[in-house]
Ligand binder design. Structure first.
Ligand code: PNS
Length: 167
């Protein structure tokens, strides 16, 4: 499959599962654009710049992959970068249930189809929300995320603790 794939997400934080999907997408597409959702209504643990920088560092050895901030609609970004497909990873049926309406909406808005990839089974238990939770409760996340991410997550949690925030 030639063309340009966009891999969108919050990536709060990027995990080994995300990197696996991007690597698989890159074997199928000429270019992969990772789109980090920013300015979202929900407040992420990691700020926008950090989420972009951590993903960029995780794919720096992958030619044909770049990471951009996505401040608006995915459909607009698809037009901007000339996307031929949107790529999302599926860990199971619950992921599909969540992704299906988004795929329909994105096709409605942009005409671009979503391609679902199944990642490595060994990574299918990894979700950013759980990574944050494990770290928050003192568990080890180093083997769930790319290099440098665990330190950033712990630093952000420390900032929250110092501010007296519990999330
Ligand atoms: O990792 P997530 O939280 O599932 O990612 C969600 C994301 C960023 C892909 C989604 O919120 C998104 O596409 N945001 C951009 C705004 C948009 O286009 N919304 C309408 C399409 S459903």
């Amino acid at each position: 499959m030639a063309g340009v794939a966009v891999c969108p997400g919050s990536f709060d934080p990027v995990t080994l599962g995300h990197v696996d999907i991007v690597r698989r997408a890159r074997t199928m597409f000429d270019e992969v654009v990772v789109a980090v959702g920013v300015n979202a209504a929900k407040t992420p643990l990691l700020d926008d710049e950090t989420r972009v920088a951590l993903f960029a560092a995780a794919v720096e050895d992958m030619p044909g992959v770049r990471v951009v901030a996505m401040p608006g609609l995915l459909a607009d970004l698809c037009r901007e970068v000339g996307a031929t497909s949107i790529v999302k990873g599926l860990r199971g049926g619950a992921d599909f249930d969540a992704e299906h309406p988004m795929a329909l909406m994105n096709r409605h808005l942009s005409g671009v189809d979503t391609v679902f990839l199944v990642g490595a089974a060994s990574l299918s238990h990894i979700a950013s929300s759980m990574v944050r939770d494990v770290a928050k409760h003192g568990g080890t996340i180093d083997d769930l995320v790319p290099d440098g991410v665990a330190d950033a997550v712990h630093a952000a949690l420390e900032v929250r603790r110092n501010k007296g925030e519990s999330r």
